[in-house]
Design a protein around this ligand. Structure first.
Ligand code: PGA
Length: 257
């Protein structure tokens, strides 16, 4: 059976409520048309989640992803949002450890591990999308593999998954995000194999060699399909997913034979 391609549209801290609704409504017909081949999870900013959830009810192939969550389910943590709250709203996914949070909010691997542990301890299901990737400096120092391995190992330390629980890994080299300089699909293909190996080992080799691995970093409609052909399960897209023309073009090209 052909695998269903997974596309996450990360709208970051962009788009007003009105723009968010217009874009979500605008891409819905394309999602419905290609829904047998792909699933789109939209990641709007927190105040827009409910608007996107309302529209997403028109297709099971449109899902909603939060951009972050906290590592406790409730308590005196002003400004934070718990995974339980997101799951209750209807979010299916949540980004964890996006590089912009690691850079601007100083999120550490230890914080990321706590978030994953909190999510996997829940009764309700919400799928974390764990983002990993090396910086320009780390790449130049030839440390890319070591960094990815270290980030995955630290984030997954002590984590166990029940059979109903899933994990998505988004490999997003920091130097490729928003830079217009993506990693080549071939390089990504080799990384995806290594990442699946690391994840499998982190879980003690327990049947997780098939983990879902996405590529992110300056993906465009012209390049998106090549990451799937190279062995990825889909893409995580920022800039090019925030306009109706390029977002619908991304869906179409991802689903090309
Ligand atoms: P980009 O962002 O597609 O604009 O490079 C990707 C991301 O940050 O998830």
């Amino acid at each position: 059976m052909k695998k269903n391609i997974f596309f996450i549209a990360n709208w970051k801290m962009n788009l007003s409520a009105q723009q968010t609704r217009a874009l979500t409504n605008g891409i819905m017909p394309t999602v419905k048309k290609y829904g047998n081949l792909m699933t789109l999870a939209i990641a709007p900013s927190f105040p827009m989640l409910q608007d996107v959830l309302n529209i997403s009810r028109r297709s099971v192939r449109m899902q909603v992803c939060a951009q972050d969550c906290f590592w406790e389910q409730s308590g005196a943590y002003t400004g934070e949002v718990s995974p339980d709250m997101l799951a209750e709203m209807g979010c299916t996914h949540v980004l964890i450890g996006h590089s912009e949070r690691r850079i601007y909010l100083h999120e550490t691997d230890a914080m990321i591990q706590k978030k994953l542990a909190c999510i996997f301890a829940m009764k309700k299901n919400i799928i974390p999308v764990l983002c990993v990737g090396e910086t320009t400096r780390q790449k130049k120092a030839g440390r890319s593999e070591e960094i990815i391995h270290a980030q995955l190992t630290a984030a997954l330390a002590g984590i166990t998954l029940k059979s109903s629980q899933k994990l998505v890994i988004a490999y997003e080299p920091v130097w490729a995000i928003g830079s217009g300089i993506p990693m080549t699909p071939d390089e990504f293909g080799a990384c995806a194999v290594r990442i699946r190996g690391y994840v499998s080992r982190a879980f003690g080799g327990q049947g997780r060699a098939d983990s879902v691995v996405l590529y992110g970093g300056s993906v465009t409609p012209e390049t998106a399909r090549a990451y799937v052909s190279a062995g990825g399960d889909g893409v995580l897209v920022g800039g090019a997913s925030q306009r109706i023309d390029s977002c619908t073009a991304l869906i179409r090209t991802l689903c090309m034979k």
